[in-house]
Design a protein around this ligand. Sequence first.
Ligand SMILES: O=C(O)[C@H](O)[C@@H](O)[C@H](O)[C@H](O)COP(=O)(O)O
Length: 234
Amino acid sequence: MSPTEIFFENRVDLVAALVDQISKLLSDAIAERGQASFLVSGGSSPLAVYEALAERELDWSKVVVALVDERWVSLDHAASNEAFIRRHLLRARAAAAKFIAMKTDEPSAALGLANCEARYADLPGHADVCLLGMGSDGHTASLFPNAVGLDVAMSLATAARCAAIQAHPSEVTGSHTERMTLTQYYLTQARKRILLITGADKRDVYSAAKTSQDFGATPVSAMLQAELDVYWAP
Ligand SMILES: O=C(O)[C@H](O)[C@@H](O)[C@H](O)[C@H](O)COP(=O)(O)O
């Protein structure tokens, strides 16, 4: 199986097409199953997508939005993915959506894991839409290269949905090495997986990741083994 590549000449066209696609998937899920679930990434790439989606007319009260990953910081911290999603997606019409946060009161992701898993148990076995990003180091979600906890997070031997991660400090992680992530297992259960990447550098990282079998060094490669739509623009 190889990824379906949906490449654009510019980011404006990419955002318009992706917003149309996600709204359609969420509306179809509501029509078919009475509710929709949307797994969302942080990072900078999806900002314009969330801003536009929030204005879309769909029955947001039937949508559950849940994080793909989180940095272990409080809600008032600039690096909080929860704060990012609340600010850019859970506003306007989308303010009516339900939201599942990852950060708990426990001092570490490992200690918060049981609580986080309990929250995510409210989601269906197959989320409807999962929007992923990718870092220049080949991470996706918070599946970071050679991180502590990566083996558990990428193990397909359990059906756990959440995993605690300690990434190595790098230019990409900065000081935010303590993370919670959805597991590879639960990410790949989503009915539609979308990888959003922009820029020439990330296209090169993606091209190399497509053929890599070293999932520990390039975790996004594992996601590229399953069906996935890749949205890219320069
Ligand atoms: O919170 C996070 O760090 C993410 O969810 C992460 O996996 C992100 O999607 C990539 O790092 C891409 O980030 P950018 O969009 O900022 O390049």
